[in-house]
Write a protein that binds this ligand. Structure first.
Ligand code: FES
Ligand SMILES: [Fe+2]
Length: 450
């Protein structure tokens, strides 16, 4: 077999050489393993606290293939339950959001409280003769829920590390905009649509693909005239020192383009966005120092492993929900700073719809690539070929100013490699303990001898 091919029997991820098998984007067996070992184990974004402020407020979403209901409790805590009746397994809640004191099953009428407890069963005494143990038939509760600066994440594996530990070094970056900015909120409900693509294709794109921007997005760059417009048509690279790539132990990664706070917003938004970003930056820099403070006014593209992506500045917040190896449901919110004036929030929300909404002019350019990369992996020979993520391989290093492993330029595939390094450990491990053991040399795995 040639060096540019791989087989299912061999490793699907080659970290040291920077290859992944094309199989990973269109294979039933791999997808099933991902649902167990990635989505069954990792922390997944559920909602933002601002979407469910009051007792009984709920949203429905997904954790891998499992549908869940996320509900604000009487004591202000948040719980999540599988959206399934414990009688014969019908869906409990068919709506995307609302407020309720409980959920009644459509099939036979079992009803559950907002806390998930089974409260009443039609004709219980007559048909069950009081022999039904209601206490053990409450809704199945997601064992781990945490709110991180208002962003609510859940995990189906009780043995998982807590969320902060799961983030590791990545928290240093997230906290800049999630906390130090004064806090964020999401403008919902999220736009929801399907793409015929594997969930990892957009996740890996957001984690670290600055390479495609000047080419794939030529049209969006020319028509929108955002601060990135000079890259249109690959007429130039970002100058040296214009950005960074960062990856961390558990696969979370990001790319930075310095001082580009206005992101993909069109020309009509640049002045107002930059004025807002620069004014707040002056305060943040005093507290965080020059290097870390600068990241607030920069543009960050990133993915919180496995499927939660964001573009700061551009104000885009995404979840890529897997439905099958070739079908992904995309959730898109506009992400705004809490203390922004309502008028600016509204402008940003509309701009996010224009750029990265369902028919956004940036989004539609990406989707064509996402779908073709997925579709091509159905080819009998094609699927055995390798995908290449070697850009910058050998140049990744540690930097005293930035946690994690850093890529040597603004454009590279450092975060792809970090993402798939961790993915490989998850897929090949039977437990979190084993994942951690496998990941113990993650820095040298990525940097070689550096
Ligand atoms: S399946 Fe829900 S009440 Fe029977
Ligand atoms: Fe893109």
């Amino acid at each position: 077999m040639e060096d540019n091919q791989t087989s299912k029997e061999n490793e699907i991820i080659d970290i040291k050489k920077g290859y992944q098998s094309h199989l990973i984007h269109n294979d039933k067996e791999i997808f099933e393993s991902e649902m167990e070992r990635v989505f069954g184990r990792c922390w997944l974004f559920l909602t933002h606290e601002c979407a469910i402020p009051d007792y009984g407020d709920y949203v429905t979403t997904r954790m891998g293939l499992d549908e869940v209901i996320v509900v604000r409790q009487k004591d202000n805590s948040i719980k999540a339950f599988l959206n399934v009746c414990r009688h014969r397994g019908a869906r409990i809640c068919a709506t995307e959001a609302g407020n309720t004191r409980g959920f009644v099953c459509n099939y036979h009428g079992w009803s559950y409280g907002a806390d998930g407890s089974l409260q009443s069963v039609p004709f219980e005494e007559a048909v069950y003769k009081n022999r039904l143990d209601k206490c053990s038939h409450g809704l199945y509760e997601v064992p781990c829920i945490e709110s991180y600066h208002g962003f609510v994440y859940g995990c189906l594996d009780a043995d998982a590390p807590d969320f902060k530990k799961y983030l590791g070094d990545f928290a240093w970056y997230l906290d800049i905009w999630m906390e130090e900015s004064g806090g964020m909120e999401l403008i919902g409900p999220p736009a929801r649509c399907f793409i015929h693509a594997n969930w990892k294709v957009p996740s890996e794109n957001f984690v670290g693909d600055a390479y495609h921007v000047g080419w794939t997005h030529t049209s969006a760059l020319r028509s929108g005239q955002s601060v990135f417009a000079p890259l249109a048509g690959n007429t130039q690279l970002p100058p040296e020192g214009a950005g960074l790539q960062i990856t961390t132990k558990n696969g979370h990664g990001l790319g930075v383009l310095f001082d580009a706070y206005a992101g993909v917003h069109g020309a009509e938004m640049i002045e107002e966005m930059m004025a807002w970003g620069m004014a707040k930056h002056a305060e943040i820099e005093k507290k965080l120092g020059e290097k870390r403070g600068r990241l607030y006014k920069s543009h960050l593209n990133g993915t919180i492993f496995p499927n939660n992506s964001f573009l700061t500045g551009s104000a885009v917040f995404k979840v890529w929900q897997p439905h099958s190896p070739t079908k992904t449901e995309v959730f898109t919110w506009a992400m705004v700073e809490k203390d922004m004036p309502a008028e600016l929030k509204d402008k940003i929300s509309k701009s996010v719809q224009r750029t990265f909404g369902i028919a956004g002019y940036w989004e539609s350019e990406d989707n064509d690539n996402m779908e073709s990369e997925t579709h091509m992996a159905s080819g009998t020979v094609t699927r055995k070929l390798k995908l290449n993520s070697q850009m910058g391989l050998g140049g990744d290093y540690q930097d005293p100013d930035y946690p994690g492993v850093i890529g040597e330029s603004a454009i590279g595939e450092t975060s792809y490699r970090g993402y798939y390094r961790f993915y490989n450990d998850l897929i090949n491990s039977d437990s979190w303990q084993e994942v951690n053991d496998r990941s113990s040399n993650w820095i040298t795995d990525l940097t070689g001898n550096k």
